[in-house]
Design a protein around this ligand. Sequence first.
Ligand code: AGP
Length: 609
Amino acid sequence: MCGIVGYIGRRNSLPILVDGLKRLEYRGYDSAGIAFQNGKGIEIYKTKGKIKDLQKILPHPTPDAMVGLGHTRWATHGIPSSRNAHPHSAGGIAVVHNGIIENYRNLRSHLIAEGHKFSSDTDTEVIPQMISGYLRKKLPMKDAIKETIAHLRGTFAIGIMNEAHPKTLFSIRKGSPLVIGIGDGEFFFASDVSALLPYTRKFIFMEDGQICTIGEEGIELRYLDSQETTPAEEQAVEIDWTPSMAEKEGYNHFMLKEIHEQPRAMMDTIREWTEDPVRILDEFGLTVRRTIGLNKLQVVACGTSYHAALVGKYMIEDIARIPVDVEIASEFRYKSPIIEHDSLFISITQSGETADTLAAQREAKKRGARTLTICNVVGSTSSREADSVLYTRTGPEIGVASTKAFTAQIGALCLLSIALGIRTGRLTPGEAGTLRSQLLKIPAFMEKTLKMNSGIEELARTLIYSKTFLYLGRGINYPIALEGALKLKEISYIPATGYPAGEMKHGPIALIEEGLPVVVVAPVDNLFEKTLSNIEEVKARGGRVIAITDEPASLQDKVDDLIVVPSAHSSLSPLVNVIPLQLLAYYIGMLRGCDVDQPRNLAKSVTVE
Ligand code: AGP
């Protein structure tokens, strides 16, 4: 997820672009750049680092530049660096891009074969290269853009400048957000309204497939596959958000926004691999022989990522029948771990900077393991030091409580499980196809879960004075009980404990007393009857049972509160079951007046022991 911004009008563009990028920095902050028309051509300034680093290299005094575009990056392809920072340019074309060009490798190869010289490792650079190539073939600019877009697969919001058209800006939207700001004799584009609220309240929210040409004669808005223009005024709306509200896109907190971003984050994470998950192993150098020879996987992580690792254990052992050891990184690093040479070591880390996880990864590498990291930050320490990386693609996770990264990590682990299952022959092509299609349904199931659970806030309101909570789950949903408990305690500061439901008689049942809230993850799967017995044990002792299930009829009148989710494949049910638990923790914390985005004593990335 990156931030793009553009300006054309009667004022100097640079201060406006810099200010806009600062308001978009929450969307990505590993590198930044600005391009502007200087009357003789296009000047570009870009650097690794934040907007403040970009400001240090911009020309002073700011030249008169009425047309420009800017970008603040969240790296997806190509590490954070000046050469990979946007804008990218070729042949007098400058481009800023937010999104992922999935087929960039093929496009890049063809362009290089045609003599194009690339100057970055990014997917984005294929865009100016292709446009300039079509212009050299004498296509008009709009046709050159149209032909280029027709070849791109993936998601994008693009801003384009052409030094041959110094008083024009082009913007295209397909799958990533893009708004047009309408000022008094000046126009803007940006990834979201937060960048532009100080300048205008009037916006056009571009639709997918639309191209907007902004020139001296104003705005021309049309669909790329049509010659008909859409009257801009018809699509314009007035927004009365504050800039801060806009960064959260109307949500009160980043955590709630990120809970609702999970369907998109999941799709962005799985889409490039779902067609052929085995490519993950090829990229990781795991040949058939080596995979069949694998007698164990070692997985380490901390906190929520550790819970994702536990879900992954159930998935990989069930699907690929390979034993998986999962350990807390801070325990692993100090126990003189037994690492078999050539074994496969996986670290899971959203930030890629967690001290204990990095230390464990280094320890494993030192002892001869091949290391794979499942990570959300391109260019992070973990991603640079591991032998291979499987990226989650959620965009920056701002809320300290990890939500979208957690479910994306599980999506990545599911892809890995399928790949291992195929390569070891333990998954038939039909079974693999079923799992892949079930995984592709998950973003829609997550969307449906979010829509089905608008009543969670009311439920939370009845729980905010509870003294403690118990969370129970079985099998692959036991880690979801742990995660639900962690979410609640780190956001609302209420003590909460997650247990395997089958452990009740081994201690936790002593906790049950009148009204004690017990959250039970109870999908109707092969363990449901056992879980139902645990529910009855709790009810018999006066506990208050809050159950998450996909078949409400099975629990009607047996529990106090019923939260319904869609029925998902048994290996994927954690991905829908966790969402109500995230929402419950959020609303209880918010209703208790806690700082849900930055809870006390916590940091987003624990870079020290
Ligand atoms: C989860 O909500 C917490 N913020 C914390 O447990 C976190 O998951 C843990 O610190 C690991 O962080 P990482 O994924 O960046 O390594």
